[in-house]
Design a protein around this ligand. Structure first.
Ligand code: LLP
Length: 421
């Protein structure tokens, strides 16, 4: 099998390391399944993104839906990032991690009244509105709070991002945003909206996009709208390109952040405004792995199974999107054969797999495996299905590691069920 390595996760001798920590040490000390993140990866990726737009007025807002551990959010804030939140809960997390209000933006196609209120009370840099009814509600709540809401309109540019249908968001048939002509009409309502100040146009056309063309097509459409809005006498301050930049999970070809910058910059330059970005996956996916222990191996007729203590409740992406995550051993052992197997968990569903039909070095009971590229949309999508406790999370920095979230306990899971009938 192929062993994947990077500057952050690599074998030294026969052991897989995260930065300077042998992962076996974490597995033995904390148990499994456990998510392990490389802080240097996060910081390097952020700086790379920031540098690609150097010289252009811009701000990156880490989309913390991809990984909302407080220490991970804090690492990005310390590096200079703002934070994009998609709910009250994420806003509470981002503020707890130390985000300043003027570096916070709120997304969401269905914000509740209390979410809008919380955003306004905390004076967020902007709220991205996705419908006329939401705009009217924001105006009303801002009025009752005696404040002015800074609002961007999320436009659905009707562009095919050519990604998995569940994570494609920029087509007219998707629930997100409003079409460009509706957006123009809503912008023109500015004079009647006494408690709203429009500050920008926003888009997010999907996630795990591996070609730059959809971004260019979309930003060109947004650019046209931006100029029309300007000609109506409404001066917008920024254009928000959202997130969506794809990463390599296997050997797929993606584009570099420099190529992305080169592709979108000509349009941005014409508009003479500030650019906002909301990357999630790009900043986190390949900075995290999930480690798990092999419980059993077996063969049903011709089919090999590696049964681990990591399951779909810990990492949903393979079951939900058929997503590929490379699985490899933590410890390399000589004289082992490769087999074709499914790597599965203990959950009571056939859809519970971490990898399907993959070539993998045969494993034995008790050995550990690493599921790669799980720093984004891993822990945040975990659940307690089968009354399983969510994994622990560890952040590695050079020679040190810290448990940044303890494994859940059964007491914790039961504590809100207060009465027995
Ligand atoms: N901004 C908005 C408004 C979003 O909805 C998203 C992601 C992002 C930014 C960040 O996108 P990214 O840079 O991470 O692609 N659970 C799926 C991904 C769902 C993405 C949802 N929105 C997965 O595991 O692939």
């Amino acid at each position: 099998m192929d062993y994947f390595e990077s500057g952050y996760f690599k074998y030294k001798g026969n052991q897989l390391f995260c930065e300077d920590i042998p992962l076996i040490e974490i597995a033995e000390e904390l148990g499994t399944p456990t998510y392990v993140y490389s802080k240097s990866f996060f910081i390097d990726r952020y700086n790379e993104f920031d540098k690609a737009f150097a010289g252009f007025d811009h701000q990156i807002f880490f989309a913390c839906k991809s990984n909302f551990n407080l220490s991970v959010i804090k690492a990005f804030i310390d590096a200079g990032s703002g934070v994009d939140v998609n709910s009250e809960g994420e806003l509470i997390r981002a503020m707890k991690a130390g985000a300043s209000s003027r570096k916070l933006i709120m997304s969401g196609v269905g914000k509740t009244q209390s979410e809008i209120k919380l955003a306004l009370e905390n004076d967020l840099l902007m709220i991205k509105a996705e419908s006329e009814e939401e705009i009217l509600l924001i105006n009303e709540i801002a009025g009752s709070l005696n404040t002015t809401a800074r609002v961007a309109i999320r436009v659905n540019p009707d562009v095919d991002a050519k990604t998995h249908p569940y994570i494609s968001t920029g087509l007219a048939k998707n629930k997100f945003g409003v079409d460009a002509s509706t957006a123009l009409r809503l912008f023109k309502m500015q004079k009647y909206l006494r408690n709203i100040k429009y500050t920008g146009i926003d888009m997010h056309i999907g996630s795990q996009i591996t070609k730059v063309e959809p971004f260019v097509e979309a930003i060109e459409k947004l650019g046209e709208l931006f100029l029309k809005v300007k000609s109506e006498g409404i001066a917008l301050e920024h254009i928000d390109l959202g997130g969506g930049i794809g990463v390599a999970y296997n050997n797929e070809k993606t584009f570099s952040i420099e190529e992305y910058a080169k592709a979108v910059m000509p349009v941005l330059k014409k508009l003479n405004c500030k650019a906002f970005f909301e990357p999630g996956r790009y900043l986190t996916a390949n900075g995290g792995i999930l480690i798990a222990q092999v419980l059993y191996t077996k063969k049903n007729l011709d089919k090999n199974f590696i049964i681990t203590d990591g399951a779909m409740n810990d990492l949903l992406r393979p079951s939900m999107y058929g997503a590929y995550h490379h699985v490899q051993p933590l410890t390399l052992t000589k004289n082992k054969n490769d087999i074709t197997a499914d790597v599965v968990g203990p959950v009571c569903e056939s859809g519970d797999f971490l990898a399907k039909n993959v070539r993998i070095t045969e494993c034995r009971r008790g050995e550990y495996i690493a599921v790669l590229s799980t720093g984004a949309y891993g822990m945040v999508m975990s659940s307690n299905y089968n009354m399983r406790r969510r994994p622990a999370e560890v952040l590695v920095e050079g020679k040190n590691f810290k448990v940044v979230r303890r494994r859940e306990t059964f007491e914790h899971l039961l504590k809100d069920e207060i009465s027995l009938l």
